[in-house]
Design a protein around this ligand. Structure first.
Ligand code: TRP
Ligand code: SF4
Length: 423
């Protein structure tokens, strides 16, 4: 790509609502995680996994299996963790997550997450954790459980460590997790501010500029000046693009110079952006969000018979008591499924047939039943295939976790150095 082409591409990314800072280091790394809730359903498939599937082809992607035991202090019900991990990963693979493109790993296999969590806890004010919305919510909702532990309060910080340790730039999440990613940004910003600025930061930055080549150095300085004086984000993006092209400066210098543009310290932990997954495309059987806790799911492993009976039991527009009563698809959760699964002809048939009382609800549901079954058959075949080969699954998890761990180790070395705990 030409120089201006690159700057343009960066600009486009910036315009597409990326934060102004730190586009450089975090470029092209995606991290997301899932908290196992026992078996994946169509909501996960349409809402999360399909999205991951697209991302894995565009970015260096890391998908983490987050251990529920860690968010569930004193879980007395012993869960079969090994089996849980295996079955979840099998579902991911069957749904199209490709272990050759994406890195699939388990959090507990990378103990560096715990170490970063601990170190970040030194610079994270308690009040930040207390005001994370999910903390208050859950405390109100789950009154019966003992949630007065640090583990529960500190959950968003552990999640920050999950993200920051990979210097991930993009974190695809649903709406409920956006506040957590925002929290991770604050944690990173503060960390960089506190530990990123060593005494001779400025001198080192100036020395790094000197290594850049005269013309380039001049451009960098003028972009930096414009940005600092006017806050012109275009200048920022251009300066960042310029840094990205530098061959002859070290990564450390590049990070230093990236921070220097904005007048900050060295950026050790880049701030991630959340990549908001569109609101749940897949409604549950009752029209609410599909979720295990609402009991309105179709599991990826449901048999044809289960699918049929679940959809047949779905509520429809209450106005249609008798087949001769006209209905309104907009008031019916079945219609939402047609919008996902049916072509235009079928959709017209539904709209017309429903509003003119020409079709019955059972009849109307039939194409949806078939579409869901057709969607899940190949997935279930793959699930069977993977289940027959547990060694392969273990290997995928092992290799993914090793790869993730190598990156985590590198970040930890930088973090420890910045904090002055190298000995
Ligand atoms: N907290 C997420 C959830 O409850 C799971 C998760 C853990 C996660 N670590 C993450 C998501 C890192 C994104 C990035 O669904
Ligand atoms: Fe819903 Fe179809 Fe029945 Fe209309 S005909 S109420 S869209 S199931």
């Amino acid at each position: 790509m030409s120089k201006t082409g690159k700057a343009k591409a960066l600009m486009a990314r910036y315009n597409a609502n990326f934060s102004t800072s730190q586009i450089i280091m975090q470029e092209k790394r995606v991290l997301s995680g899932m908290r196992p809730t026992g078996g994946l359903h169509l909501g996960h498939y349409h809402g999360v996994l399909k999205n991951w599937q697209n991302l894995q082809n565009q970015y260096d992607s890391y998908f983490l299996y987050f251990q529920k035991t860690l968010s569930k202090p004193y879980a007395k019900d012993k869960i079969d963790l090994e089996n849980n991990v295996m079955e979840m990963v099998i579902d991911w693979l069957a749904a199209g997550i490709n272990p050759n493109t994406a890195t699939i790993f388990v959090q507990s296999k990378v103990p560096e997450h715990a170490e970063l969590h601990l170190l970040l806890s030194m610079s994270t004010p308690l009040s930040w954790l207390e005001r994370v919305p999910s903390y208050k919510d859950q405390q109100l909702r789950l009154k019966t459980k003992d949630l007065a532990t640090y583990g529960f309060l500190g959950y968003p910080l552990l999640q920050s460590a999950d993200i920051l340790i990979y210097k991930a730039g993009l974190v695809p999440v649903g709406e409920d997790q956006v506040a957590h990613v925002e929290f991770a940004r604050e944690v990173a910003r503060r960390f960089n501010f506190v530990y990123g600025r060593d005494a001779d930061f400025e001198q080192k930055a100036e020395a790094a500029i000197g290594k850049m080549g005269k013309k380039q150095a001049k451009s960098y300085q003028s972009f930096r000046k414009i940005y600092q004086e006017t806050g012109d984000s275009e200048a920022l993006v251009k300066a960042q693009a310029l840094l990205q092209e530098q061959q002859n400066i070290t990564l450390g210098d590049r990070e230093r110079l990236a921070g220097y543009i904005e007048g900050m310290g060295k950026i050790i932990l880049p701030e991630p952006d959340s990549l908001l997954t569109e609101a749940a495309k897949m409604p549950g059987l009752d029209g609410q969000k599909m979720s295990k806790s609402y009991g309105n799911t179709i599991s990826l492993r449901d048999s044809n018979e289960e699918i049929e009976s679940k959809i047949k039991r779905m509520p429809t527009d209450p106005a249609r008591v008798k087949i001769t009563d006209a209905g309104d698809p907009e008031k019916c959760p079945v219609w939402r499924l047609h919008q996902i699964y049916s072509n235009e002809t079928t959709c017209d048939w539904v709209k017309n047939g429903c509003s003119k009382a020409k079709i019955g609800c059972i009849e109307c549901k039939q194409p949806v039943i078939e579409a869901v079954q057709t969607e899940l058959i190949p997935m279930q075949e793959r699930i069977k295939k993977y289940q027959a080969d547990p060694d392969l699954i273990k290997q995928i998890i092992f290799e993914g976790s090793e790869k993730a761990r190598n990156i985590a180790r590198e970040t930890m070395a930088e973090v420890r150095e910045a904090m002055g705990i190298v000995y």
